[in-house]
Design a protein around this ligand. Structure first.
Ligand code: ADP
Ligand code: GN1
Ligand code: MG
Length: 355
């Protein structure tokens, strides 16, 4: 990358000497920016197609990070926004593109899959703890950065719209996946119905709890910092649990093409559940604990539906790196859903034994 001209808009220590793409996020464009004083930053171009109201988004991030920094003195444990020269928390250029800078959390690991025993459980503890720490955060002050983000029935409606439009003539490739999703449409709304009836509590949640959204200390592998706060909104604890499971409790990557290699791992599920429950430290209700397996199933199915919808719409939402990438992702998610259904009793039994 050419040295970005936007860097001069931020209060950096020193002059940039390098700026290279960084990370494997599907949404924003992320760069590691290093200055001549040896200071490392994360520079991000925010995805405007996904986040329509960047001002609201950054108000959320600023509010949450300020709140967390008030309880946590170690700067490596909370995401830190670097302001612009005029004191704003992001910069908008003439073309309307929006950029922000964070302090890079040094000596940290960002894992794409659990690598060492305990990695996944520790990430569960971090996300559970994150949610508990935000339990006193004024939820009403948060903007809904993506409306209906984990409203699974609404994700189904969008899939059906994409099927009807079939604007890229891809429907013919995905009849098995469409059938798989449709066969589960009724059950997919279970958690929303429970929430509407007041059986599941609405909390401040992260909503994007992939393993690569928590940084670990590279020396001790202890969780350091929960990142990617763009979707912190009122939501369901079981969704935070489930989104981690769909990504991390698989024996293969989210985009693995060989489905034989994709299996739902009960040991990883157990490890995560143990860590998550410890992080929540008794704050979950019995109904939430009982619904954890449903959260895993629903988040995996929903994510598969979202990948399928994006495939049908021509890959406009998630960043892709090859033709059919979103369809490959959809297939891994549906394979995991089928595996979970086959192990449903064990998933429940494990949660009961931990609770
Ligand atoms: P996306 O929404 O595209 O996933 P993220 O905010 O998760 O964007 O950032 C993408 C990647 O950049 C992360 O997975 C991580 O590798 C890296 N990253 C982001 N913020 C930091 C940070 N403060 N310190 C170190 N690495 C970071
Ligand atoms: C996106 O931003 P990233 O890569 O952490 C997406 C999540 C999906 C995930 C699938 C804002 O997460 O909802 O579960 O891809 N984030 C947004 O890997 O849509
Ligand atoms: Mg991310």
């Amino acid at each position: 990358m050419m040295m970005p001209s936007v860097s001069c808009r931020f209060r950096l220590q020193g002059q940039p000497v390098s700026c290279e793409p960084c990370g494997e996020g599907h949404i924003n464009q992320t760069y590691l920016l290093i200055t001549d004083q040896g200071v490392w930053y994360i520079l991000q171009k925010i995805n405007r197609r996904v986040f329509r109201d960047v001002n609201a988004l950054m108000e959320n991030v600023a509010g949450v990070t300020r709140f967390l920094a008030g309880t946590e003195p170690d700067p490596r444990r909370v995401l830190t926004i670097v302001p612009t020269v005029s004191g704003q928390n992001y910069y908008q250029d003439e073309a309307g593109e929006c950029f922000r800078v964070y302090v890079f959390v040094r000596d940290s690991l960002c894992l794409q899959r659990p690598e060492a025993p305990g990695d996944f459980g520790r990430s569960g503890q971090a996300f559970g703890c994150f949610q508990r720490m935000l339990s006193d955060y004024p939820a009403a002050s948060l903007h809904e950065t993506i409306p209906d983000f984990h409203n699974t029935p609404d994700r189904y409606r969008k899939m059906e719209e994409a099927i009807r439009a079939d604007c890229h003539h891809r429907l013919k490739d995905v009849s098995a996946e469409v059938d798989f999703a449709r066969a589960r449409a009724q059950r997919a709304g279970t958690l929303q119905r429970m929430q509407a009836q007041g059986d599941l509590k609405t909390r401040v949640t992260h909503n994007d709890t992939k393993l690569n959204n928590v940084l670990m200390d590279s020396a001790t592998r202890e969780p350091l910092c929960v990142i990617d706060l763009d979707t912190v909104m009122p939501g369901l604890a079981v969704h935070d649990f489930g989104d981690s499971i769909r990504f991390g409790a698989s024996t293969a990557a989210e985009d693995e093409r060989d489905l034989e290699r994709v299996r739902f791992s009960l040991p990883l599920y157990t490890e995560y559940a143990r860590g998550f429950l410890a992080g929540c430290a008794g704050s979950l209700t019995d109904a939430e604990i009982h619904a954890l397996p449903e959260g895993a199933w629903a988040m995996t199915l929903e994510c598969g539906v979202r990948f399928l919808t994006d495939y049908l719409q021509g890959d406009v939402y998630f960043r892709t790196h090859r033709p059919g990438h979103n369809l490959d992702r959809c297939r891994t998610q549906f394979k995991l859903v089928a595996d979970m259904e086959a192990r449903w009793e064990q998933m429940h039994k494990l949660i009961r034994s931990l609770a």
